[in-house]
Design a protein around this ligand. Structure first.
Ligand code: NDP
Length: 455
């Protein structure tokens, strides 16, 4: 009999923690997961899932408008934000139940409360100590708010998903995933949306043509983007917020929303006290097998600040379980991780940006910009962009990028092709499905001519 209560105690029942715990339990390990909030974590309770439900809800605004061009006439549709939020919350309750059931059925004990690491093999929850051979930190991340006078007036994505009422005017600070996703959904629902970005463009880290195309589409849809702009202070005057920008410029709104990144949840859970090394930003430092500086303590998911995406945390969890419980040391493969932004229109991307690929050698670029067929009748002034980045020498497709309807669904499939090392010739040899937007990826034949401009 082991000297410990458990073989594994996981702190955090989010995507990474639940997957790791249940897969470890399936190998026969005795596992407990500690959670201070709701089983499901950020993705299910405060992130991907509720956001996507609201994005679906907002799409109907476009659909009612688009339908007219196809001969449909509906009386002026009305929208009830409160009803959408209530239905979304009911779905989250259902999902929480499913997560609890998954843990139960896999014989993982759910310990409710805040877990604090008190030693290399011990975790304290609500004053009680539990011991384990291994401890896994899967505590995720939390919205980061910069130090700006009046920042206490700002909401984050946590509150944005549960607003009592839709504001008339919202200012969103930040130009990353969360900012552009919420900008799109609020704009579709009739809110006057402004984005404030400190850089020259939205979506740093994405291919330049994605950034330009999405910014254009967002501006065409009525979203104002204030570029190279910083908020100096936020003041509340009655129900109105006044944001002071450079010099004397101010901007007023009913809601200020900060989407300025997420930081690792590592504070107050005993990590540094037991010797777990953290990065300057506060993320847990781990090796390729997710082991921290304390050999019995591991960490994965948002808390290690590698790629903050749910499927990455899940795959890290699978690699951790293979390495620690199945005797198969398995590092996580971070190449060609596809990603999507549920902006309007959405983005799908996998592989290298053009600028990154050019650092490795010569590239051939294939690009298509077009008005999707649906909008020839809907009349909507919306465009799509698709782009392939090909390594000139090997002819392997190293980057696949799209802005346009269904981009996340389309790029998921092409991510398999990139993972398999597909060449441009193999793309060309693939028969398209007509009429679709996706077929552009297998029918682009003309390279974008090289210019002398520095990339
Ligand atoms: P991101 O890192 O995507 O974007 C942060 C934005 O905030 C950037 O535009 C950044 O500007 C800006 N910013 C950072 N600090 C400041 C500051 N002090 N003042 C002004 N602007 C600032 O973070 P998000 O919060 O949007 O999302 C967090 C993470 O969650 C994402 O990185 C992603 O991994 C994940 N996520 C994934 C989603 C998906 O898969 N669809 C959806 C939502 C979130 P700059 O570019 O100049 O640095």
């Amino acid at each position: 009999m082991s000297e410990f209560d458990y073989d594994l105690i996981t702190i955090g029942a989010g995507s990474g923690g639940v997957r790791s715990s249940r897969m470890a339990a399936r190998t026969g390990a005795r596992v407990a997961v500690v959670e201070e909030s709701r089983a499901g974590g950020t993705c299910v309770m405060r992130g991907c899932v509720p956001k996507k439900l609201l994005v679906f809800g907002s799409h109907f605004a476009h659909d009612f408008g688009d339908a007219r061009g196809f001969g449909w006439h509906v009386d002026e549709p009305s929208f009830d934000w409160g009803e959408l939020i209530a239905n979304k919350n009911a779905e989250l309750d259902r999902l929480e139940g499913i997560y609890q059931r998954i843990l139960r059925e896999n014989k993982v004990d759910l310990i409710e409360g805040r877990g604090v690491v008190t030693g290399p093999h011990s975790v304290e929850v609500n004053g009680k100590t539990y011991t384990a051979e291994r401890i896994l930190i899967a505590t995720g991340s939390w919205p980061h708010l910069p130090d700006v006078p009046g920042i206490e007036h700002a909401i984050t994505s946590n509150e944005a998903l549960d607003l009592q009422e839709l504001p008339d005017r919202i200012v969103i600070v930040g130009g990353g995933y969360i900012a552009v996703e919420f900008a799109g959904l609020f704009n579709a629902l009739g809110v006057d949306v402004s984005i404030i970005i400190r850089a020259g463009n939205i979506l740093r880290g994405f291919d330049e043509d994605i950034r330009d195309t999405l910014a254009d589409e967002m501006e065409k849809a009525g979203i104002t983007i204030h570029r190279e702009c910083q908020v100096r202070s936020i003041e509340k005057q009655g129900d109105i917020y006044s944001l002071r920008l450079h010099g004397t410029e101010t901007i007023e709104c009913d809601t200020v929303f900060y989407a300025t990144g997420r930081t690792a949840n590592t504070k107050g859970i005993g990590l540094e006290e037991v010797g777990v090394k953290l990065s300057e930003r506060g993320g847990v430092i781990v090796d390729e097998y997710f082991q921290t500086s304390v050999p019995s303590v591991f960490a994965l998911g948002d808390v290690i600040e590698r790629i903050q995406l749910t499927p990455v945390a899940i795959n890290e969890g699978m690699a951790f379980v293979a390495s620690q419980f199945e005797g198969r040391p398995t590092p996580m493969d971070y190449t060609n991780v596809p990603a999507a932004v549920f902006s309007q229109p959405p983005v799908g991307t996998v592989g290298l940006m053009e600028a990154e690929a050019r650092q490795n050698g010569d590239v051939d670029i294939y690009m298509s910009r077009f008005r999707p067929m649906k909008h020839t009748l809907s009349g909507r002034n919306a465009h799509a962009m698709m782009k392939l980045v090909v390594d000139s020498e090997s002819q392997r497709v190293v980057g696949c990028h799209m802005v346009g309807d269904d981009a996340p669904e389309i790029v998921q499939g092409f991510a398999v092709a990139l993972k398999c090392g597909a060449t441009k010739q193999q793309f060309d040899a693939t028969v398209g499905i007509h009429p679709t937007s996706a077929e552009e990826f297998v029918t682009m034949r003309e390279k974008v001519p090289e210019t002398d401009e520095e990339c």
